[in-house]
Design a protein around this ligand. Structure first.
Ligand SMILES: Cc1cc2nc3c(=O)[nH]c(=O)nc-3n(C[C@H](O)[C@H](O)[C@H](O)COP(=O)(O)OP(=O)(O)OC[C@H]3O[C@@H](n4cnc5c(N)ncnc54)[C@H](O)[C@@H]3O)c2cc1C
Length: 313
């Protein structure tokens, strides 16, 4: 049995890639047990068990887990945590919601947004929008709860042998003060922003909601996901689930195309792990050009269709 437990993020049918990325980040700690809370988690557990570096998969099936509400899952984690010294989850909306509740119930320290697990007691993580990296030593504690900065790690791949799947029950008292009512999600044909290999993003320079069509058109030509700066979201040009950055999504696409985005540090922190950054800005002094691999000075409305024509091939 491992001493590291990773809570799987999934949609009931498939494992979210953030889990495989977090698993890679935890590799320096040795084999990792993965726990799957679901109504019927068999398919998700099989996927998790196939990943290299997994000790065993704990399958906690219950109707209570059909929507994996943080308020319901956290007491189950607390009830099962005794043998583990590290309890981790991806630093996604799911993990950020769940981790503080689990840490509070266990009465232990939480380390957020871990970009490097040196060993089970030493972790590195960014603060001040990535301007400073801190080293946290948690030797004073028996146990720690982590959220793993998934953009910092490649997804773990399949191993040679599948890990055992262990049906597991918890004895936790579950609260009834929080119930699932309904899920409202933006329906989109485009790739998910956090999983997309290519992302096209627009900033305040795009100028209006109508003008954002230029971003969507280019994304569709390239088969890319769509992102935005906070200024574009705040101005109402696009939905806030497109926001990239410190208070938005942290992403690591192979290619990131920024159109009309100045390159504020709070935006850059969300894309610093991207493979190639292409920036278009009409201001040659824009800070985005300091981090861009390819910078083009010019008008985005002129250049976006030309980039689509050149790269869409
Ligand atoms: C606590 C905190 C958290 C924050 N979190 C985030 C975050 O998560 N994400 C985020 O993005 N920001 C965040 N911000 C805001 C951030 O500081 C910037 O204000 C924001 O990123 C600016 O967005 P922008 O680059 O789109 O707008 P601007 O800074 O206004 O830049 C617009 C750019 O478009 C260019 N432009 C204009 N017209 C054209 C054209 N036709 N063609 C080409 N270029 C053109 C301009 O030259 C300019 O560089 C945060 C700020 C704070 C204080």
């Amino acid at each position: 049995m491992s001493t590291t437990l990773l809570v799987a993020e999934h949609d009931g049918a498939q494992l979210n890639q953030s889990t495989a990325r977090a698993l890679t980040g935890l590799a320096p700690l040795g084999d990792v047990d993965i726990i799957v809370f679901a109504e019927n988690g068999s398919a998700v557990c099989a996927e998790a068990a196939a990943l290299a570096g997994v000790g065993q998969v704990l399958q906690v099936d219950s109707p209570d887990n059909s929507h994996q509400l943080a308020a319901v899952v956290a007491p189950q984690i607390a009830a099962i945590a005794a043998p583990y010294s590290v309890i981790a989850m991806p630093s996604t909306t799911f993990g950020k919601d769940l981790a503080p509740r689990a840490a509070a119930l266990l009465g232990v320290h939480q380390v957020s947004d871990v970009m490097e697990a040196i060993d089970a007691k030493n972790f590195r993580r960014p603060i001040y929008a990535g301007n400073v990296i801190v080293h946290e030593n948690v030797e004073a504690f028996d146990k720690v709860v982590l959220t793993m900065r998934t953009a910092s790690f490649q997804a773990a791949v399949a191993g040679s042998d599948a890990a055992p799947i262990v049906p597991t029950e918890t004895t936790a008292d579950l609260p009834d003060h929080t119930r699932f009512v309904k899920l409202e999600a933006q329906a989109s044909e485009r790739p998910d922003l956090q999983g997309a290999a290519w992302v096209v993003a627009g900033g305040r320079g795009v100028g209006s909601e109508e003008n954002f069509a230029v971003i969507y058109d280019l994304a569709d030509k390239l088969g890319a996901g769509c992102g935005a700066s906070r200024a574009a979201v705040d101005a109402g040009y696009c939905p806030n689930d497109m926001q990239v950055g410190q208070t938005g999504k942290i992403i690591a696409p192979d290619v990131y195309i920024a159109l009309g985005i100045s390159g504020a540090i709070q935006h850059i922190t969300g894309i610093k792990d991207a493979g190639t950054i292409i920036a278009v800005n009409k201001d040659e002094e824009a800070p985005i050009f300091d981090v861009a691999d390819i910078g083009i000075v010019g008008d985005l409305f002129d250049l976006a269709p030309r980039i689509g024509a050149a790269l869409g091939k």
